[in-house]
Write a protein that binds this ligand. Structure first.
Ligand SMILES: Nc1ncnc2c1ncn2[C@@H]1O[C@H](COP(=O)(O)OP(=O)(O)OP(=O)(O)O)[C@@H](O)[C@H]1O
Length: 264
């Protein structure tokens, strides 16, 4: 396969935009995540992997404040989100964008209206300006202008992902969360989406937190990988570092037959 070399984020600093310490989240007796620590560095693309059901989405939702935690701290942009006013938390939320699994576009709204949902929620802008901004976001994500008036049901899988990404970028976020952005795309569509993520990171200076099962994405576009297992972040490091980490799941995932095909 095309071995695009994993780049280090241009101008990336070592500052962390997200710091999680001692996080425990659960629904019943046994927690899904327990005493979990994680750092996400400014300007990096962090790929998050782990077996099915290990809690990758639960972690993302807890960070976003959509799920309660039992203990631990979450700092975003240096702000402990538990110890701020509602207004300050709203301001933090304005600095991130989210692409949920399956896109989660509102089916009764056009693509333009979907992109404008966060704008309406957080900003007071004249309609014409919002329309112009929506077109700008469409262009950024490589969608044609005429897709603005389409409904989600009229979009292909790849277009749905791009429209969802355009909505995630609506407020010019510094940090974007992507939950399995390439799932359901064919390999060419997935590679194009990876390229897009890399370009947006480079041009907009984004920090990207990406949950994925896609080895190609991890290999080609992620600066660092975090592996979730045993209710914690087991290991973080580059793709190369994953190859030497001694854990059965990590070994099977990164040294398995599929991984060997990617590296060859
Ligand atoms: N709202 C909820 N109530 C109860 N249990 C939940 C809830 N959300 C998630 N879980 C459970 O938490 C565990 C982790 O789920 P999660 O969706 O985070 O896994 P995942 O790692 O993202 O999996 P996949 O890779 O398959 O998407 C699962 O056992 C799931 O059933």
């Amino acid at each position: 396969m095309d071995a695009r070399v994993t780049s280090t984020a241009p101008g990336a600093s070592t500052a962390d935009v997200l710091t999680v310490r001692g996080l425990t989240v659960g629904f019943g007796d046994a927690p899904v995540l327990e005493n979990l620590d994680l750092d996400v560095h400014a300007g990096e693309i962090l790929g998050f992997v782990g077996g099915s059901g290990t809690g990758k989405t639960v972690l993302m939702r807890a960070i976003l404040g959509l799920l309660p935690k039992r203990s631990g701290t979450i700092e975003v942009f240096g702000t402990d989100v538990d110890h701020v006013s509602d207004e300050e938390r709203r301001q933090v939320g304005q600095r991130w964008g989210v692409l949920f699994q399956q896109g989660a576009l509102f089916s009764s709204l056009t693509v333009r209206q979907n992109i404008q949902v966060p704008m309406r929620e957080h900003l007071r802008l004249p309609r014409r300006l919002m329309d112009e901004l929506a077109l700008l976001k469409l262009e950024l994500t490589g969608l044609p202008r005429d897709s603005a008036d389409k409904y989600p049901s009229e979009l292909s899988g790849g277009m749905t992902k791009r429209a969802s990404l355009a909505r995630a970028l609506a407020l010019d976020p510094e940090l974007v969360f992507l939950d399995e952005p390439t799932s359901g795309l064919d390999p060419i569509g997935a590679a194009e989406f990876d390229d897009l993520i890399g370009k947006l990171r480079d041009t907009l200076g984004l920090t990207v937190y990406m949950i994925t099962h896609d080895l190609d994405s991890l290999y080609t576009v992620c600066d660092r990988i975090a592996v979730l297992g045993n209710r914690k972040v087991l290991v973080t490091g580059t793709y190369g570092e994953m190859l030497t980490y001694d854990h059965p799941w990590v070994h099977a995932y990164f040294r398995g037959e599929r991984a060997r095909r990617i590296e060859s």
